[in-house]
Design a protein around this ligand. Structure first.
Ligand code: APR
Length: 317
C-alpha cells in the first residue's frame, strides 16, 4: 500500500485523511506540530473505519512518521488572521516551509509533494527550495480548486451538471488568477457557443469569473473563522490520486515553469499532466493578447512574493 503523509492536521489535513481513507488511497500518516491533535484525529478516523468498512491504517502524531512516504501533502502553517499583515504571514509560513522542506528531504526524498499552504505559489516555491527535490516532484494545489469553484458557479447558471463542465484557470492563486472562458466547454461544446446563442450573457460570465477570483474570500467571510477546507482537500486528493494511479490526468496546478508560457524559474498555475513521474508535462496553450497580459500580471505578482520569500530564506541561512 502506498503511504500518504499529511503534514498539517488542521481543517484541510483532517479532511484529507478522511478522503484518503474513503478512496482507499493508501496508509495515512497525520503529522502536526500539535502532536496530540494529529494523534486524536487519526484515532477518531480509525474508529470511523469500523463503521464505514475501511481497514486503511491511519496513524497520527507520535505514532506517525514521514519516512518513505510516497505522497506528502503540506497544509502546515497559519492562515491569515485579522490584524495580520501579508508580511507577517510570509514570515511565519516561509519558516514553516523551511522546516517541513528539510524534513521531507531527509525522510521522504522520493515523494510527490503537493503544497496547499498559502500564499500558494510563493509557498510551493519555498518548499521546493528548502527541500531541494526535483521541480517535477513538487507542485502546488490551486488550479483544481479554482476551477472547481468556476465549474460550480457555471453549473448553477447553465443548469448543467458540474462534471460536464471542463475548464481551465491559469496564473497565481489569488485575485489575479486568470479564468479562460475560451478554453471552457460543456461536454465538448465551447462556452463561447453558449454565450453566442444567448444562454449566458457576457455580463453574467464576467460576474462568475469575478466570483471565482474571490471564491476563497467569500467562504472566509461566511465561516467567520478559518478558511475553506472541503474543496481544497478534495482538490489535493484528486492530484495525489493522479500520481498514485498513474492516471495522467490533465489538471491545472502551480508548476515550475522553465520557459513555458514565456516564463522561467517560477511557479505558476498552468495545465499539467500528472502521472507516475510527477509532473510529466506542462501543456501550453495559445493565449490571446488579453489573456497573455492577465497571465503576465498574475505571474508578476507571484514573482514579487517569491522575491520576499527568497530574502527570508537567505537571512535565515
Ligand atoms: N509543522 C507541522 N504542522 C504545523 C506547523 C509545522 N511547522 N506549523 C503549523 N502547523 C499546523 C497547525 O498546528 C495546524 O494544525 O498546521 C495546521 C494548519 O491547520 P489549520 O490552521 O486548520 O489550517 P487549514 O484550514 O487546514 O489550512 C492550511 O492551507 O489553504 C491553506 O490558507 C490555508 O495556509 C492555510 C493552509
Amino acid at each position: 500500500m502506498p503511504k500518504i503523509a499529511l503534514i498539517g492536521a488542521g481543517q484541510i489535513g483532517g479532511t484529507l485523511a478522511l478522503l484518503s481513507q474513503t478512496a482507499k488511497l493508501g496508509e495515512v500518516a497525520l503529522i502536526d506540530r500539535l502532536d496530540k491533535v494529529a494523534q486524536g484525529k487519526a484515532l477518531d478516523l480509525s474508529q470511523a473505519g469500523a463503521v464505514t468498512g475501511s481497514e486503511t491504517q491511519i496513524l497520527g502524531g507520535a505514532n506517525a512518521s514521514l519516512d518513505n512516504a510516497d505522497v506528502v501533502i503540506v497544509t502546515a502553517g497559519v492562515p491569515r488572521k485579522p490584524g495580520m499583515s501579508r508580511d507577517d504571514l510570509l514570515d511565519t509560513n516561509v519558516a514553516v516551509m523551511r522546516e517541513v522542506g528539510a524534513e521531507i528531504a531527509a525522510k521522504a526524498p522520493n515523494a510527490f509533494v503537493i503544497c496547499v499552504t498559502n500564499p500558494l505559489d510563493a509557498m510551493v516555491w519555498s518548499l521546493r527550495h528548502a527541500s531541494g527535490l526535483p521541480h517535477h516532484k513538487v507542485i502546488g494545489m490551486a488550479g483544481v480548486l479554482d476551477t472547481a469553484r468556476y465549474r460550480h458557479f457555471l453549473s448553477l447558471e447553465l443548469g448543467v451538471a458540474m462534471r460536464d463542465i471542463h475548464a481551465l484557470v491559469l496564473g497565481g492563486h489569488g485575485d489575479t488568477m486568470v479564468a479562460l472562458p475560451r478554453y471552457t466547454s460543456v461536454a465538448g461544446i465551447p462556452l463561447t457557443e453558449w454565450v453566442k446563442r444567448g444562454h449566458l450573457s457576457r455580463e453574467r460570465l464576467d460576474e462568475i469569473v469575478t466570483r471565482t477570483q474571490n471564491g476563497g474570500a467569500e467562504i472566509v467571510a461566511l465561516l467567520g473563522t478559518g478558511s475553506a477546507f472541503y474543496a481544497p482537500a478534495a482538490a489535493a486528493t484528486e492530484m495525489a490520486e493522479a500520481y498514485l494511479h498513474n492516471s495522467r490526468r490533465l489538471l491545472p496546478a502551480a508548476a515550475w515553469l522553465d520557459g513555458e508560457y514565456g516564463e522561467k524559474d517560477i511557479y505558476a498555475g498552468v495545465p499539467v499532466i500528472i502521472g507516475a513521474r510527477g509532473v510529466e508535462r506542462v501543456v501550453e496553450l495559445d493565449l490571446d493578447d488579453n489573456e497573455r497580459a492577465a497571465f503576465s500580471k498574475s505571474v508578476g505578482a507571484v514573482r514579487e512574493l517569491v522575491a520576499e520569500c527568497a530574502k527570508r530564506m537567505q537571512t535565515e541561512n
